[in-house]
Design a protein around this ligand. Structure first.
Ligand SMILES: Nc1nc2c(c(=O)[nH]1)N[C@H]1C(S)=C(S)[C@@H](COP(=O)(O)O)O[C@H]1N2
Ligand SMILES: [Mo]
Length: 306
């Protein structure tokens, strides 16, 4: 992407359409926020039968400090017209999916687009965005699953009708069959992961650990409300004990947790379970759906203690 030729266009149902250079966006007020992004397909490969898409296990998640200019003041400067319903964000990448040629585009309701923490981000961890993360500009919507954070952002358009683009209407829906419209994927469900202790067996990934005190640690996040509790089970989910939460990095960043375990010889299945402030809890078993989205079932790590 040649950033000198690039412009962010903001138009549609606004009084004053805008075209901004990267330098103009960088000269505006800036905000830096730690935000966790998780792909909505994270955990898909644990579902059976599995959708034909990326076979993510637990790895499609990360946290960074994103710097950008808040979107809301730009929308206010452009002046939303009365019938504004949604804001559509379009990236520069074009391709075929589901046999349909389209630009990558996603929409947000106006109320969500006007949240003060929605950013037009040009930096990650104080560095310019690298190409693969959306250079020169990407949308950051704290709390929402990965597909929302449109990369290589080129156009923002205010519309009066619900947006029906492929990435909005066909993809990212929770449903059991193609005939069922289902519900759209929005915010990240609570999820937690633990750092597997000990050493692995190459093929099975089973872990081996010496008996004695062992500190388990991991991360937990939710896009609905901050994580309030992480419980740990060392017996496959039969009994649970509270872990200790580390300091919060921010409402929309994952939170560290730890748990002191006295590892006794034998076979163990380690799990962690997050609860958020809205009362959402991770399920023990996945909830199957056609696209393989939003699998936030608790992780299971098999460990042999010797
Ligand atoms: N323009 C554009 N933006 C996009 C995508 C895309 O294909 N094109 N993929 C989305 C999805 S599905 C995810 S999970 C995140 C991944 O962000 P990352 O590559 O920075 O990890 O980007 C989102 N933004
Ligand atoms: Mo994704």
């Amino acid at each position: 992407m040649d950033a000198d030729a690039w412009r962010l266009r903001l138009g549609g149902l606004v009084e004053r359409p805008l075209a901004l250079t990267l330098a103009e966006l960088q000269a505006r007020p800036a905000r830096t926020l730690p935000v966790t992004l998780e792909c909505a397909g994270n955990g898909r490969a644990f579902l059976e039968p599995r959708a034909e898409s990326q076979p993510w296990l637990s790895e499609a998640v990360g946290t960074a400090e994103w710097t950008g200019t808040p979107l809301a003041p730009l929308l206010e400067e452009a002046g939303l017209l009365d019938d504004a319903l949604e804001v559509v964000f379009t990236g520069l990448d074009r391709g075929f999916q589901g046999g349909v040629e389209h630009d990558y585009a996603r929409s947000l309701p106006v109320s969500e687009a006007l949240r003060g923490d929605v950013l037009l981000a040009y930096a990650i961890n104080r560095q310019p965005l690298p190409p693969q993360h959306g250079y020169p500009l990407r949308l950051i919507v704290p709390g929402w699953y990965g597909m929302t954070h449109v990369k290589w952002l080129a156009e923002i358009s205010v519309v009066a009708e619900p947006f029906r683009g492929w990435q909005q209407e066909d993809a990212y829906r929770i449903h059991e069959s193609e005939d069922d419209p289902g519900t759209p994927v929005t915010r990240m469900l609570p999820r937690s992961l633990l750092i597997p202790p000990g050493i692995p067996d190459f093929m099975t990934r089973a872990r081996f650990l010496e008996a004695g005190p062992c500190q388990l640690a991991g991360r937990a996040w939710s896009g609905f409300a901050p994580v309030e509790r992480v419980e740990v089970s060392v017996d496959g989910g039969t009994t649970w004990e509270d872990g200790i939460l580390e300091e919060s990095l921010g409402d929309f960043a994952w939170r560290g947790w730890r748990f002191d375990w006295d590892a006794r010889p034998g076979e163990h299945v380690l799990s962690c379970r997050a609860t958020d402030g809205a009362g959402n809890v991770q399920p023990l078993d996945p909830v199957w759906n056609l696209g393989g989205y939003c699998n936030n079932a608790v992780q299971r790590v098999h460990v042999t203690v010797a």
